[in-house]
Ligand binder design. Structure first.
Ligand SMILES: Cc1cc2nc3c(=O)[nH]c(=O)nc-3n(C[C@H](O)[C@H](O)[C@H](O)COP(=O)(O)OP(=O)(O)OC[C@H]3O[C@@H](n4cnc5c(N)ncnc54)[C@H](O)[C@@H]3O)c2cc1C
Length: 442
């Protein structure tokens, strides 16, 4: 059986590991990047607390000793269902069984101007770009004489108060308190505002009321301005325009306010609901004989989750493993089993010594403060791929704990890390593109 897996994220990688060295199964694992990305720690890369390499793991290294797994680093362009073929940038590959595990990307809800000017954090490279922008804004601020103009460089606005927004806001507030005043003694950091905006009533809305309440209190203690029930309408690179008519002046808008699935071409729109591909209880795409979808890209209705499972690493990993077991059953002529997610709990960290945990299994319990923060650290370090990465991350955290410093603030000032163009060339291209898009929308 020739199985193609698109995506070596949490779901695809766990599935491939389950099928590793299984007789009768040949696997082709395709990803557009060479490494598995540990998304929960992106915010620490963006705030100079961790190196990108310590939260990324080379996909080929995982399968060095595999007899049945081949890897291609290329981008999937389309699925030709009628021919059972996957088309990529570098060639076409036939399959008997196809598994789509392409995850999700940032959702700007159709606003092209936001898409080109706000900063996302959905990949390691985007986290690095965000770090670059944050550091360069402080460098630029040094040369701005007018205090009101300078404030725009210092102020950071984060849209979306889910775990990503909350964790990022907390980490930036720690930089403002401990590191930035020492690095930039010429700047007055009382002028630096950190805004956290969300259309819902409170931060971490999907967690328990205690966790939401604790998080809100911690954010207040850290001096983060929370504006809940607030929707961002537009952004021009300097003014964050709100639906209630308000405007926040800032050169940095970080967008953590929504995701949409990376649905490959060839999957009909009627199979997609809210940006996710509809699957049955076996993760099989509705109406197809041999295509499966797992992780963030999939939505499955179950008695426990009638609106689909949450887009979490724990769901993605368990669906990857479960589908692996089901495919093995299938090759042995045994019936597949129905999937359901066993929720063991959720957690978020806000800053040093401040975290929240909603434990569901083995018993229901709410933790906060230092205990929750330590639980979060231990769990996230243990989930990382690779012993070396775990050690490096842990050592970095220990260093930060005792030194109150974030040492990894390497940033490119004149050249982009991602292309040969200078930052100025990229900025002017972005502005031109945003102008053209907004003209086209009018
Ligand atoms: C900043 C952030 C923080 C998070 N924090 C947490 C947390 O604390 N706890 C938690 O449980 N969850 C967290 N999540 C969510 C969690 O990371 C996702 O639920 C999880 O990554 C989903 O796994 P996946 O395998 O479905 O997709 P992903 O992990 O996104 O993997 C998708 C893979 O597909 C590849 N791909 C996509 N399109 C193509 C293509 N066309 N061709 C080839 N390859 C392609 C990508 O390169 C990627 O490797 C966080 C997410 C983010 C962004």
């Amino acid at each position: 059986m020739k199985v193609i897996i698109i995506g070596a994220g949490f779901a695809g990688l766990d599935l491939a590991q389950k099928l590793n060295n299984r007789e009768g199964i040949e696997v082709l694992l395709i990803d557009k990047v060479t490494y598995h990305q540990f998304q929960p720690l992106f915010y620490q890369v963006a705030t100079s607390a961790l190196e990108p390499s310590s939260i990324s793991f080379p996909i080929r290294k995982v399968f060095q000793r595999s007899r049945n797994i081949r890897i291609r680093i290329t981008r999937v362009q389309a699925i030709r269902r009628a021919q059972n073929i996957v088309e990529t940038d570098t060639g076409s590959y036939p399959y008997d069984v196809l598994v789509i595990a392409t995850g999700a990307d940032t959702n700007y809800f159709g606003n092209e101007k936001l898409a080109s000017l706000a900063l996302p954090m959905k990949s390691t490279l985007e986290a690095v770009k965000l770090k670059n922008r944050i550091i360069n804004n402080f460098e630029d601020a040094l040369e701005v004489a007018d205090p009101m103009e300078r404030k725009k460089y210092l102020t950071i606005v984060i849209a979306g108060a889910g775990p990503t927004g909350v964790e990022l806001a907390g980490a930036i507030s720690e930089m403002r308190k401990n590191m930035l005043p020492k690095d930039y003694p010429e700047l007055d950091f009382r002028m630096m505002d950190i805004y956290l905006l969300d259309g819902l009533e409170k931060p971490l809305f999907n967690m328990s009321p205690q966790s939401s309440g604790d998080a809100s209190q911690y954010l207040n203690e850290l001096g983060i301005i929370q504006k809940m029930k607030t929707i961002v309408k537009d952004y021009d690179g300097e003014n964050v325009m709100l639906a209630d008519g308000g405007v926040i002046k800032s050169k940095t808008l970080i967008w953590a306010a929504g995701v949409k699935g990376n649905v490959p071409a060839g999957i009909e729109p009627e199979l997609v609901i809210k940006g996710r591909i509809r699957v049955d209880r076996f993760n099989k795409v509705i109406g197809t004989p041999n295509i499966y979808a797992i992780g963030d890209i999939a939505t499955m209705e179950t008695p426990l989750y009638p609106k689909g499972h949450p887009q979490l690493a724990s769901v993605a990993k368990s669906q990857g493993k479960f589908l692996g077991r089901n495919l093995i059953r299938y090759t042995m002529g045994e019936p597949m089993e129905e999937y359901e997610f066993e929720n063991k709990g959720s957690m978020a960290t806000i800053a040093r010594g401040r975290g929240v945990v909603d434990m569901e299994k083995p018993f229901k319990m709410h933790l906060n403060g230092v205990l929750a923060w330590m639980t979060w650290m231990l769990l996230h370090a243990s989930l990382l791929h690779g012993g070396k990465n775990r050690v490096i991350v842990f050592v970095n955290w220990l260093y930060k704990l005792f030194s109150f410093d974030q040492t990894l603030r390497l940033a490119e000032r004149y050249y982009s890390l991602l292309s040969d163009k200078t930052i100025e060339e990229i900025k002017s291209e972005d502005c031109r593109e945003a102008e053209e898009n907004s003209k086209a929308q009018m």
